[in-house]
Design a protein around this ligand. Structure first.
Ligand code: CP
Ligand code: NVA
Length: 322
């Protein structure tokens, strides 16, 4: 089946720093292209293009899925780990970014401050992709909504997400932020259930509500049961993100009652699926029974990182015809 991906054409040469850098149509078409690539119905050849990976934090899924995505698209990746480049010795981002723009065709960057990512993007003349910052994880959100779409509308449906409800129980962190923004673009109702003091950023919430308009609702509650009631997707993430390890004990106390367990799952829609970006801490933010249970889609979700990133790379690097 042939698709037209007209909304993706303007993405060529652009950055993806935030989920909100995409329009609703572009987000939907990326999911549609990812699904077509997954089914083997779409072939894309990037003709030897090179993606540089600058990762200031650990990664299994993002690093490997970007590398495999480029290989499958006929390109390759270069590991620009700060420990083995002059980045680790403090070479200015302005210089690094301009130099790398002369060698590689795109950069995927995992770092702490969003402002650092933005500085790379400012100086680069090639697309820069957010591979996770403290503020957002937009590639993750694309994979998450593809997984929700597969569960509720079948892999061939172009739409089918609007009107669903995704409940995220846990820390209002980078993953929650991208879910709010991406969900709003897709017309999904997003509910966050978090302890007081761990709410998403007010700026991100305001932007998500603006993007959602009258199509869907964006809600924050301190009651995990109310957050998950009747929801189609239940999501959680670690209580202490990378860089917050020293707060682990204090956060464990604050998040008591926010474990995504069998009791919370029982409050959701009977067809609900369970999502987690991984890595997971069983017995903390999610019970072993729920992550290993029949509602869990966490490994499909991890696989979908590969498919959505292929679609994204194809769009940014000009590999989508039509
Ligand atoms: N979910 C995710 O981004 O995993 P990694 O940290 O392993 O890349
Ligand atoms: N919120 C987590 C996500 C890891 C993929 C972190 O930033 O560590």
């Amino acid at each position: 089946m042939a698709f037209s991906f007209a909304a993706l054409n303007p993405l060529q040469g652009r950055d993806l720093l935030s989920s909100a850098d995409l329009s609703g149509d572009q987000t939907l078409e990326l999911l549609q292209l990812a699904a077509a690539l997954k089914r083997g119905e779409q072939r894309i050849d990037l003709g030897g293009k090179v993606l540089g990976l600058i990762f200031q934090k650990a990664s299994t899924r993002t690093r490997v899925s970007f590398s495999v995505a480029m290989a499958r698209l006929g390109g390759q990746t270069l590991d620009l780990n700060p420990a083995v480049t002059q980045v680790g010795r403090g070479e200015p981002i302005a210089d690094t970014s301009r130099v790398l723009s002369r060698y590689v065709d795109a950069l995927a960057i995992r770092t702490f401050a969003q402002s650092e990512l933005e500085e790379y993007a400012h100086w680069a003349s090639i697309p820069v992709i957010n591979a996770l910052t403290d503020l957002e994880h937009p590639c993750q959100a694309l994979a998450d909504f593809l997984t929700l779409q597969e569960a509720f509308s079948g892999s061939s449906a172009a739409a089918g997400l609007a009107g669903l409800t995704l409940a995220y129980v846990g820390d209002g962190n980078n993953v929650a932020h991208s879910l709010l923004l991406c969900g709003a673009l897709l017309g999904v109702n997003v509910r966050i259930g978090c302890p007081p003091g761990f709410e998403p950023s007010p700026q991100v919430l305001a932007r998500a509500r603006e993007l959602a308009g009258h199509r869907s609702s964006i809600e924050v509650s301190h009651d995990p049961v109310a957050a998950v009631r009747g929801a189609h997707g239940l999501y959680t993430d670690v209580w202490a993100s990378m860089g917050q390890e020293q707060e682990q004990r204090q956060r464990e106390a604050a998040f008591t009652g926010f474990c995504l367990d069998e009791n919370l799952l029982a409050e959701a829609d009977p067809r609900a699926i369970v999502l987690h970006c991984l890595p997971a801490h069983r017995g903390e933010e999610i019970s072993a029974g729920v992550i290993e249970g029949s509602a869990s889609r966490v490994f499909d979700q991890a696989e979908n990182r590969l498919h959505v990133q292929q679609a994204l790379l194809a769009a940014l690097l000009g590999g989508v015809a039509g």
